[in-house]
Design a protein around this ligand. Structure first.
Ligand code: SF4
Length: 749
């Protein structure tokens, strides 16, 4: 359980007619205390802290919710935030948020949000006409102007760090483009689009049988958003793109992620997510309270276990559905039908299918260099500039990298002939039916390393057949691909390497069913087949990382790659990474989610036997080159350090932070030779994260950590000062540097 919604105020100053708290089936709010008392908050905070410690969670999220949380007033809000920061914040990193209608947002409350590091999401349904359909005061007056006033405050430079985004409930009578433009005007860091809560008993508003008005509405908005180069993350679309790539959606509304969210009511009752209130009276109840039960007790209840059951928890129709891994049956509450419970498809099933299929056939996001250079939204840039970057930021960078890889391949495809042209056609065909398989090989880090070499005339197109063959095998396609072995080996990216019995075989045929044929022999791509070495994967909690010891294009770092690894080498790597990962979680909580979302591959390097060795290539996003070390603390530092270079490289692919004409060289603490501006920037970004790790270690009293922290902090701060005044930064680069400076200034000196 990583997300906790605290209902701190039961009442609201608006009377929105689409509100599920007051206007839907559940009416339990009537019997609860109006506000969450401090003793209840203390108990909730202790329960969350206990859960975080027990499960070694690197971070938990707490959302203050209502009703309207700002009705608490500043003094009570301060009391609650103090308890949460001191109790939960002592146990783990705490991501504090609030969901508000924005009406009570003023400088006093905004200062409070800043002081306690709270980010507020504001509910707004579009322009005035759209918002006025539902979001009104009890006397029918519009709330639009007051909400915009609150948003203006959050947009101001001082309070922008407290701005989480906008939550918009869809009304299909509103024009989606007008809604989108009205929301963009508020410069939100993120937009959430919410389907109005509905069930089979109480179907979606304005939807006639046989129509898909919500899909139609969302598809129009999605196309405009893509055409704009995704100027702001839209959670529903990002979640569906993530599930298409085989990743978790990160949201409750789509995908088959396990439910990670619990609600605590004002009286301390543990409840299921709020959306259940749309189904029937008392539906969210669990019978437990924070006074009698822990979060683990809550997870053990049948209701919560059912939410955590993933695919197994879905009805037969959903389980057999071709888009189930993307849709996941929609929001749990939307499956409800009296008498049948929740084992149904979503009441939005047709809309979800329509949206998913349209998103699949929409052109991929902007891929041209010109569009790409403006495709990093300011809020995402700001978050990355703080030195961290959550899963959503990394998803943005990953999507951009995929676009770049596709653009490179499209450029390369123009001059293909023969077997390479056939491989390209096969990839294009597979991309229609099994985009997941194609995406897997196109986003393999060394695809770009090869494509760049090919386009600069330094390589041949043979790898295209390797990629097509690998995609065919992943897809189980009924086709054969002609592949040219290199030095008697056939490498299938992300799958493994086949060493042929005869190094002179000029060509093999790889079948999508997993067999390989050559003129006088053949084999299956099975673990026990002679010559076949599958690419090793190592599971680390939230991520699985490939150990790439055979890809012929992995030699794109500064140091020579090791390989092929022996089984003993692989075991040593698994032991080292598994020992290091807890250190990443505890010492680099700001980086762990990013690593979990973006790190796909480790290339073992040849160790030099004396110093630690690690590297990153701008042309191999998601891959880190590292020489094995048995020291988990050192391995953790190398993972974090190098992933910072990966992230920054991906940012620099999209936006110039350094003036390309700058020639200034700067002296830095970590190297003897003066460095060019981009090198200094890279060093700052990596060393900031390393300083942060030592800061955490020092805070735990680890011997010697304080000295390391002081050194890295001083190097980084000094380099920030030098680069900021060097004249080498562009305007976005100065903004980036200002935020890095703010991060380090907030740490103890
Ligand atoms: S709700 Fe509909 S689209 Fe979604 S998984 Fe179930 S059957 Fe498929």
């Amino acid at each position: 359980m990583r997300q906790f919604v605290l209902k701190v105020h039961e009442l609201c100053n608006l009377a929105c007619d689409h509100c599920y708290v007051y206007e839907h089936a559940d009416q339990t709010w009537r019997d609860r205390p109006a506000t969450m008392s401090v003793p209840v908050v203390q108990r909730v905070a202790a329960r969350i802290a206990e859960h975080a410690v027990r499960h070694r969670l690197p971070q938990v999220g707490v959302v203050l919710h209502g009703g309207e949380p700002l009705l608490l007033g500043p003094a009570r809000l301060r009391e609650i935030l103090t308890v949460l920061r001191s109790t939960v914040g002592a146990a783990t990193a705490l991501d504090l948020r609030m969901q508000t209608n924005g009406i009570r947002l003023d400088e006093t409350t905004a200062e409070l949000l800043l002081e306690f590091g709270v980010r507020a999401g504001v509910s707004l349904d579009g322009d005035r006409a759209a918002n006025d359909r539902h979001r009104r005061y009890r006397n029918g007056a519009s709330s639009h102007e007051r909400t915009l006033r609150g948003l203006a405050l959050l947009r101001s430079p001082r309070y922008r760090p407290a701005y989480a985004g906008i939550l918009c409930t869809i009304d299909v009578r509103n024009d989606p483009i007008a809604v989108y433009e009205a929301l963009l005007e508020q410069e939100p860091p993120r937009i959430d689009l919410l389907l109005p809560h509905a069930t089979w008993d109480d179907p979606p508003p304005h939807a006639a049988a046989g129509t898909t008005p919500y899909a139609d509405w969302l598809v129009r908005l999605h196309r405009r958003w893509l055409a704009d180069g995704r100027p702001v993350p839209i959670r529903l679309f990002d979640a569906l793109h993530a599930t298409a790539a085989g990743r978790d959606s990160g949201v409750e509304s789509v995908g088959i992620d396990r439910g990670e969210l619990a609600v605590v009511e004002t009286d301390g009752s543990w409840e299921q997510p709020d959306s259940m209130k749309t189904t029937f009276h008392g539906a969210a109840a669990t019978g437990l309270t924070v006074f009698s039960a822990s979060a683990d007790d809550l997870l053990a209840t049948p209701a919560m276990r059912r939410r955590q059951a993933g695919l197994d928890g879905l009805g037969a129709t959903c389980r057999a559905c071709p888009v189930v891994t993307r849709c996941g049956g929609g929001l749990f509450a939307h499956r409800f039908r009296s008498g049948a419970g929740f084992a149904n498809p979503s009441v939005y099933c047709a809309d979800l299918k329509g949206l998913i299929s349209a998103m699949h056939s929409d052109p991929p996001s902007t891929v041209s260099a010109a569009a790409g250079r403006s495709a990093l939204p300011g809020p995402v840039l700001d978050e990355l500039a703080s030195g961290g970057g959550d899963g959503a930021c990394i998803a943005h960078l990953t999507a951009a990298q995929e676009s770049i890889n596709r653009a490179l391949l499209v450029a390369a495809s123009e001059s293909l002939t023969g077997a390479a042209a056939a491989a390209w056609s096969l990839l294009a065909e597979l991309d229609k039916d099994r985009p997941d398989a194609v995406r897997r090989v196109l986003t393999q880090p060394f695809t770009r390393a090869w494509a760049v070499r090919l386009l600069s005339g330094r390589d041949d197109p043979a790898r295209l057949a390797d990629l097509a063959a690998a995609a065919a095998v992943i897809a189980g396609a009924g086709t054969e691909v002609a592949v040219t072995p290199r030095d008697g080996r056939v490498h299938l990216p992300t799958l493994g390497t086949l060493t042929l019995p005869d190094a002179g075989v000029p060509e093999v045929l790889v079948s999508g069913t997993g067999t390989v044929r050559w003129p006088d022999g053949g084999t299956r791509l099975a673990p026990d087949s002679p010559g076949w070495a599958p690419t090793a994967s190592i599971a680390l909690d939230d991520l699985t990382v490939r150990l790439e010891d055979a890809d012929p294009y992995r030699d794109c770092h500064d140091w020579p790659p090791a390989g092929p690894l022996t089984p003993g080498d692989r075991r040593a790597w698994a032991a080292s990474l598994r020992a290091a990962w807890p250190s990443v979680l505890s010492d680099a909580p700001e980086q762990a989610a990013g690593l979990a979302g973006g790190l796909t591959t480790i290339t073992p390097l040849v160790p030099d036997g004396v110093t630690l060795r690690s590297a990153t290539s701008r042309q191999a996003y998601g891959a880190l080159g590292i020489a094995l070390t048995p020291d988990p603390a050192a391995m953790a530092v190398m993972l974090v350090h190098e992933f910072q270079h990966t992230k920054l490289g991906a940012v620099l692919d999209l936006i110039d932070l350094v003036d390309p004409d700058a020639t200034v060289l700067t002296k830095v603490g970590w190297r003897p030779d003066p460095r060019p501006a981009e090198g200094v920037l890279q060093g700052i970004y990596a060393h900031l994260a390393v300083a942060d790790m030592w800061r955490h270690r020092a805070a735990r009293g680890e011997p010697g950590a304080g000295g390391h922290y002081a050194t890295y902090r001083e190097w980084t701060a000094a380099a920030i000062g030098e680069l900021s005044t060097s004249g080498a930064l562009t305007a976005p680069g100065r903004r980036f540097m200002d935020r890095l400076a703010a991060t380090i200034e907030a740490w103890p000196g």
